[in-house]
Write a protein that binds this ligand. Structure first.
Ligand code: HGY
Ligand code: MN
Ligand code: MN
Length: 400
């Protein structure tokens, strides 16, 4: 808990927790987590994209590897457990082996991923994509809000964009990737359970949509002849909400909206907004996205507003591996807790990692299901259960 508090104080902004990819606070987080990794007997290295990796060898060289970890980057004004909890719990499980001078019949690599949230470059999973070999090199040309390209940011951080391909996993057989993460939802709390096993991760697609109207004088342009970009965007935001409410299991969010020129006495000429749409079933998600984007065009046409849609990321839904899910479930039973299987609406680094290995997740109860919000919180007892379950999971895997 103290470690999450310490990481929660490492921010790019003075009065709230925002830790972006390849920024100064990420560098300080690496220094801190690197120390904890070394104390736990992990051999630490930074890779080219900016992940922090710690390796704990197995009994025999050439043993397969179990991957653990989560992400160290955050959203804006974040809670302090989304990501870091999974990293510190993984380190704690290895620390227990190290303290007992024990090695397992597999190596363990703890991956502290560089960019799960995509805050800085509207990307997703930069760090885990680099490890999984699905990094999109075109992303290196993306610029952040200050006009710094991803390639420049990586170099400034001490990484090397030209060698990201070397981050791809090449160290032999992988037994799986298992991530501990707060649930970020209300289910465990509603059921009175400390932890749960994840069955699948919902697919998600994100878009940047621009509404181009005509700026004008707020006092003189008659209402009927306006091409008000914000009025069109506002109608769209409500249409998104209505459409998502009409289909079970769909969640759709307009999280960012920028108005230009943004003056009280100017009819808005242009609005740029984001759309995030998700569903456990990819077919349904794709169909809803098509309908919602069609609505944007309809609204634009009726209001003589140009609507330009630009997909920024898309990730399919991913099923966790039954073999690992049942080992996690057994570990929970052995810890004396009922087993609940639940799906994840939130995306996680297991999504790209599922391309190279079996994946599994252990969810930890969080108060009110609140996340992506500084009020995010967990109980120390539940964190204790998650460390015990992960430790038992390692033992079960060693015997499997
Ligand atoms: O948005 C998500 O699902 C994750 O927190 N990046
Ligand atoms: Mn997360
Ligand atoms: Mn998150």
């Amino acid at each position: 808990m103290q470690r999450c508090d310490m990481l929660g104080a490492l921010s790019d902004e003075p009065d709230r927790l925002t830790r972006q990819f390849a920024g100064d606070s990420m560098r300080r987080a690496h220094e801190q987590v690197g120390k904890w990794m070394q104390e736990a007997g992990l051999v630490v290295r930074n890779d080219n994209i900016g992940n922090l990796r710690g390796r704990y060898e197995g009994t025999t060289a050439g043993d397969p590897t179990l991957l653990l970890g989560s992400h160290l980057d955050s959203v804006r004004d974040a809670g302090k457990y989304d990501g870091p909890l999974g990293v510190v719990v993984a380190i704690a499980a290895v620390q227990a082996l190290h303290d007992a001078k024990r090695r397992l019949p597999f190596a363990i690599e703890v991956l502290a991923f560089a960019d799960e949230e995509g805050l800085r470059f509207s990307s997703t999973y930069l760090g885990s994509r680099a490890v999984a070999g699905s990094f999109d090199f075109a992303d290196l040309d993306r610029s952040d809000a200050k006009g710094i390209t991803m390639a420049e940011a990586i170099r400034a951080f001490g990484g090397d964009p030209a060698r990201i391909d070397e981050d791809r996993w090449r160290q032999g057989k992988v037994l799986g990737y298992c991530e501990v993460h707060i649930e970020q939802g209300p289910v465990l709390e509603a059921r009175g359970l400390p932890v749960g096993v994840v069955t699948a991760i919902a697919g998600q697609a994100r878009y940047s949509i621009t509404f181009k109207g005509e700026a004008g004088h707020a006092g003189t342009v008659p209402m009927r002849s306006r091409r008000d970009a914000l009025a069109a965007a506002a109608e769209f935001v409500l249409a998104v909400e209505a459409d998502a409410l009409s289909q079970d299991g769909v969640v759709a969010t307009v999280g960012q909206l920028e108005v230009e020129p943004g003056a009280a006495n100017v009819v808005p000429g242009e609005v740029k907004l984001t759309l995030d749409i998700r569903h456990a079933d990819d077919e349904i998600r794709i169909e809803r996205a098509r309908r919602i984007l069609e609505r944007a065009q309809e609204i634009g046409k009726r209001r003589s507003i140009d609507v330009v849609t630009h997909p920024t990321s898309e990730n399919p839904s991913v099923a966790c591996a039954p073999r690992l899910v049942s080992l996690l479930a057994k570990a929970i039973e052995e810890s004396g807790h009922p087993v609940l299987h639940l799906a994840s609406g939130a995306g996680h680094d297991v999504v790209p990692m599922s391309a190279i290995t079996d994946v599994a997740m252990l969810f930890v109860r969080c108060q009110g299901g609140i996340s992506h919000n500084p009020a995010e919180s967990v109980e120390v007892e539940d964190v204790g259960v998650s460390i015990e379950v992960l430790t038992r999971f390692l033992e079960l895997l060693a015997k499997a």
